[in-house]
Design a protein around this ligand. Structure first.
Ligand code: C5P
Length: 238
């Protein structure tokens, strides 16, 4: 039996990976399947939460009881998240892999090969960092009204590490700079995309590891939610 410790809580989860259109037939995408985000939405609903799943190109079933909003691009995801955030949910989990760059313009017609062997240059521009924007919006709310902006924000960090810096070091820096309450580090050097299993370390805003989980994405989801529950403000009495 699952503990019903999220009854009365409104939870928003993003899942999947965004697609940025180049022309009517092509897009830039990433390898996120949405499985971890959908597992989180499923686990939160099982624990009694009122769940909204914002799904970017997710080819998976909607968890029972969850409301689903489908989006494609980073801009659409941003719009859906900000609309959901305006209703002041208790928890927002950004599990989606959001494009950091999008084509500066979208060609109206399919880009054609010309006679020679030349190729077009693709100009990219930055997208909004939704997580960072959510955190700074929340800070502004708290500054205006100390009783406001009590919802928790959880981010994900898919890291591979490189020659000089480990995935954990990258994640620690990200935890401190993004300002989310929790950052779930996913070491993606081991091929977790689309897999049933995952291994994560959960960092707090100071970059300290507060929990670790490995196994089924459902098990990982419950560990993340356990850390969330510890940090949620108490449900006010009527
Ligand atoms: O900086 P990085 O993309 O690694 O951060 C990952 C976290 O930030 C994830 O929670 C992801 O959903 C979020 N993100 C975002 N907007 C972006 C890029 C990432 O909200 N444009």
């Amino acid at each position: 039996a699952v503990l019903r410790d999220l009854v009365g809580r409104r939870v928003v989860v993003t899942a999947g990976g965004t697609r940025e259109a180049i022309d009517p037939v092509r897009f830039l995408a990433n390898r996120s399947s949405g499985r971890q985000g959908v597992a989180l939405a499923h686990a939160a609903a099982a624990r009694g939460a009122d769940v909204t799943l914002i799904a970017a190109n997710v080819d998976l079933e909607t968890p029972p009881g969850a409301r689903r909003i489908d989006v494609e691009s980073a801009a659409q995801l941003a719009a859906a998240v900000h609309e959901a955030a305006a209703a002041a949910p208790d928890l927002l989990i950004m599990a989606a892999a959001v494009a950091d760059f999008t084509p500066a313009s979208r060609a109206e017609a399919k880009i054609k090969k010309s006679g020679d062997d030349g190729a077009p240059a693709l100009e990219l521009v930055r997208t909004q960092d939704i997580l960072r924007t959510l955190v700074s919006d929340r800070t502004a709310l708290r500054d205006a009204d100390p009783g406001a902006g009590t919802g928790l924000i959880v981010g994900f960090a898919a890291e591979t590490g490189d020659a000089s810096t480990s995935p954990l070091e990258h994640a620690r820096a990200k935890a401190r700079s993004k300002g989310a309450d929790l950052l779930v580090l996913n070491d993606v050097s081991t091929g977790v995309f689309g897999a049933a299993d995952n291994a994560v370390r959960i960092l707090d805003a100071a970059g300290e590891i507060v929990a670790e989980a490995a196994g089924d994405k459902t098990v990982v989801s419950h560990t993340v939610l356990d850390e969330v529950v510890r940090r949620l403000a108490p449900v006010p009495w009527d």
